[in-house]
Design a protein around this ligand. Structure first.
Ligand SMILES: [Zn+2]
Length: 335
């Protein structure tokens, strides 16, 4: 290993300039100080493997054996990257009665307790008579978030703020329509994200939570991401500009993307800057039996994954500098 690395290191000088390394079968967790390994890059094929795995479990609505298997898979993978993983378990009252749910939370500790969340839901929508496997909704966003987790976990330097990956349970409505059942106080959707916001409140972490990035349906092979008008503009701007600077100007477009509700809403309601990265209106297989693996691509997941990873330092810089909420509980933030 050491000898193999010598020549490219001499040539490139700095490991940061190394060409992307070939994907390896296993992730090394060794911390040898003398021979720095090349930085781990987002691997679209790995994200695609996670999509396949989720689909293999079958339809994955809340409180099913299939979703429990999915949860175990996500949790074990994240742990294998060296991340600390916890479950945020709760019982939700739904139109189908009480359902046990659990958000999955993995943390990348930073120098401060200021939080940036990167998120996706991991449940599929319940259908009585449809074998709905949700390749794009949500397997692709879950796979992308897991791969982002692997990259972040591989970094030796602590980030300036703490990153948390949150996989929400119960995003989808149990009734056919998004707001067909439930009411304003108890909607029949976003069970996990609403519960997670309540947990942030209970732990006095809302003020520390400065940005929430939501991935939802961003793996379509014909990827085109419009702007959700309910998202926080500065946060959306950073991500859109970063994506375009990486050459993905045909993906991050300016047309409006009507979303009509998603897991970012409870965060916006709590005063947290949030952005939804979603392709809904131009995804013809949404909530259909043909939302299958042939509709998503490793390249689309890589585009979004790379863009998020490249945006994080800018989002971090922004939240530290602008301190948007100007709250008293900011002793941990270094000026
Ligand atoms: Zn959906």
């Amino acid at each position: 290993m050491t000898l193999v690395l010598v020549a490219p290191l001499l040539f490139w000088g700095c490991p940061k300039n190394d060409p992307p390394s070939k994907p390896r079968a296993t992730v090394s967790s060794s911390t040898r100080p003398i021979t720095p390994s090349p930085p781990v890059a987002f691997n679209g094929d790995r994200a695609m493997d996670h999509v396949k795995k989720q689909i293999d479990f079958g339809p994955r609505p809340p409180d099913t054996e299939q979703l429990a298997k999915t949860r175990a898979y996500i949790t074990n993978e994240l742990k294998s990257y060296g991340l600390t993983v916890s479950l945020d378990e709760f019982t939700a009252k739904t139109p189908q009665g009480e359902k046990k749910m659990a958000n999955i939370v993995a943390e990348i500790p930073g120098e401060t307790k200021t939080l940036i969340l990167i998120t996706s839901h991991y449940d599929t929508k319940f259908y009585k008579d449809m074998n709905f496997v949700g390749a794009n909704d949500p397997a692709a966003s879950v796979g992308t978030l897991m791969e982002i987790g692997r990259v972040l976990a591989s970094r030796k330097e602590k980030p300036k703020v703490t990153y948390r990956l949150v996989f929400f349970d119960g995003e989808e409505a149990f009734c056919e329509g998004w707001s067909e059942c439930g009411n304003e106080q108890n909607p029949d959707n976003t069970y996990g994200s609403r519960h997670y916001v309540s947990q942030l409140r209970a732990r006095n972490e809302v003020e520390n939570t400065r940005a929430m990035i939501l991935l939802d349906m961003m793996g379509y092979k014909n990827l085109e991401l419009g702007r959700d008008p309910t998202s926080t503009r500065w946060l959306q701007d950073i991500i859109w500009q970063t994506g375009r600077a990486l050459g993905y100007d045909k993906v991050f477009v300016d047309r409006e993307e009507g979303v009509g509700g998603d897991d970012h809403e409870p965060f916006i309601g709590a005063g947290v800057a949030a952005v939804d990265i979603i392709q809904l209106t131009s995804y013809p297989h949404w909530h259909r039996a043909d939302d299958t693996i042939d509709k998503v691509s490793a390249q689309s997941m890589k585009i979004v994954g790379e863009t998020i990873l490249a945006s994080l330092p800018k989002v971090t810089e922004y939240v530290i500098k602008n301190n948007p909420q100007k709250v008293p509980d900011t002793k941990t933030i270094q000026e």
